[in-house]
Design a protein around this ligand. Structure first.
Ligand SMILES: Cc1ncc(COP(=O)(O)O)c(C=O)c1O
Length: 327
């Protein structure tokens, strides 16, 4: 394995803390609950993309790039953190966001603008064509763009979550604390793929539950995509292991009405975590994943005496764009 030798641009405040969710656990009569605070990674309001971007920006700088280019939803946390990473690394940033420009930028979008990104609004179906045009234009002007895939989820980005798992294993070891289950939001896959590779690297024996956030495209099998990213990651870090779809545990019961649609599950979870623990989840990812955790506890999926860790992956800036759905 050669993680130490990989190009890396430091962006995150690490290690992120682990805290106990005592009030929530007591109220639910549930298992012992811990939370890993990757909402506190420190880059422009934090989140899971900071860890991925350390390796993506590292590679971009190594290749002599001058511009980061990426794509996402209008309220993409990944795009906001990419814009911040570009600012920190002295790079330009071009974002292709789905949809049409709103009258007033809010939430992550406001931050994208403040962070100096150039924003292009595109229809989702036309995104690839527009991306090629923008790259061609940048190259024609003598620029050297570096393209980051949706959510930073390739082998390079997921390497950040291999290290995150190593960080967790070390923290738990020091605390002499066992964790039986880890629950987190899973969307473009880099987080889950990296965690699974990291669990293999460390021999960390815990059940990882990725809570699926988006409905899959027809014919697509998410576990296969996860295995592809995990294999790419293993190759990138030179770790001799092969992953298949069977290595991934995905919870599919919490898709609601689809990506970014806030329902009772998310509303209750966000309010409960905020009002009992003073911790803010987001409407799209961590609100849904926390809602899934509450449901799994109520269905008694976890045995008494077990410990469950919720991996908070950030996203709170999007709350401000979802105010109408939350009050
Ligand atoms: C706050 C938050 N949590 C979780 C995720 C999911 O992570 P991944 O895309 O690596 O599956 C995202 C991705 O956009 C996110 O913004």
């Amino acid at each position: 394995m050669r993680i130490e030798a990989l190009a890396r641009f430091r962006l995150a405040q690490l290690p992120t803390p682990i805290e106990e969710l005592k009030s929530l656990s007591r109220e639910l009569g549930g298992p012992e609950l811990l939370i890993k605070r990757d909402d506190q990674t420190g880059l422009a309001l934090g989140g899971n993309k900071t860890r991925k971007l350390e390796f993506l920006v590292g590679q971009a700088l190594e290749q002599g790039a001058d511009t980061l280019v990426t794509v996402g939803a209008a309220q993409s946390n990944h795009c906001r953190q990419t814009a911040a990473a570009a600012a920190r690394a002295g790079l330009r940033c071009e974002l292709l966001l789905n949809g049409i420009k709103p009258e007033l930028p809010n939430g992550n979008l406001l931050l994208d603008e403040l962070l100096g990104a150039r924003i292009h609004w595109v229809q989702r179906s036309e995104r690839e064509v527009k991306l090629s045009e923008i790259l061609a234009e940048l190259r024609k002007q003598g620029g050297k763009p570096y393209v980051i895939p949706v959510g930073g989820s390739n082998g390079v980005g997921a390497t950040g979550y291999v290290l995150a798992m190593m960080e967790l294993a070390e923290q738990l070891n020091r605390l002499n604390q066992r964790v039986d289950h880890v629950v987190f939001a899973s969307s473009s896959g880099g987080t889950q793929a990296g965690l699974v590779v990291g669990a293999k690297v460390t021999g960390f024996d815990t059940k990882l539950h990725g809570v699926r956030i988006d409905k899959d495209d027809e014919g697509a099998i998410y576990e296969r995509e996860l295995a592809e990213i995990a294999n790419e990651t293993a190759k990138y870090i030179d770790f001799d292991a092969q992953f298949t779809a069977k290595d991934f545990n995905v919870e599919y019961d919490y898709l609601g009405y689809g990506y970014g649609v806030v329902g009772d599950l998310e509303r209750e979870a966000i309010r409960l975590l905020a009002s009992r623990e003073g911790i803010v989840a987001d409407p799209v990812y961590t609100g849904r994943a926390m809602g899934a955790l509450l449901d799994l506890i109520r269905k008694k999926v976890f045995r008494s005496g077990e410990t469950v860790l919720f991996w908070h992956t950030g996203g709170a800036p999007a709350l401000f764009a979802y105010a109408e759905d939350l009050v």
